[in-house]
Design a protein. Structure first.
Length: 140
């Protein structure tokens, strides 16, 4: 069994100078479950991991689960911002002032020909880490 995550949980507890009981109360889990995790008897559940990361935003998820990165997370943000420095930035200044499409559609009925010419050609998903994925119906 991989004891790495138990060691990292103990590192978090020690970093904040908490007792196991205080740590368990803070993240909202039973005190015995922390003891079982630290002793290697149980593996942390997804619920436990999410509660820990939600309660302590300085704990990086990848560091907690895989030991990659640093703790506290603020130290790793400098590295991350250097990696994403050359990532494309999206500016919304090029979008013309136009009423909401739903509002426009509700006011003016369109013929089938107009709707066909008004089909979506690109969908872009923006992710919280600054990346995005583009899906296009035409080759751009």
């Amino acid at each position: 069994m991989n004891k790495g995550i138990a060691i990292r949980i103990k590192t978090v507890i020690d970093h904040y100078g908490l007792s196991v009981s205080a740590f368990a109360d803070t993240i909202g889990v039973q005190r015995s479950s922390i003891s079982h995790l630290l002793n290697g008897r149980n593996k942390p559940s997804l619920d436990f991991v999410l509660k820990l990361v939600d309660s302590y935003p300085e704990v990086d998820l990848y560091w907690l689960l895989q030991g990659k990165g640093t703790f506290p997370a603020e130290e790793s943000e400098e590295i991350q911002s250097a990696e994403t420095k050359n990532a494309p930035t999206l500016a919304f200044t090029d979008i013309p002032d136009k009423p909401d499409v739903r509002e426009e559609q509700s006011k003016t009925p369109r013929s089938r020909h107009q709707i066909k010419d008004h089909e979506p050609v690109k969908i872009v998903f923006f992710y919280s880490d600054g990346t995005f994925t583009t899906f296009s119906s035409k080759n751009d």
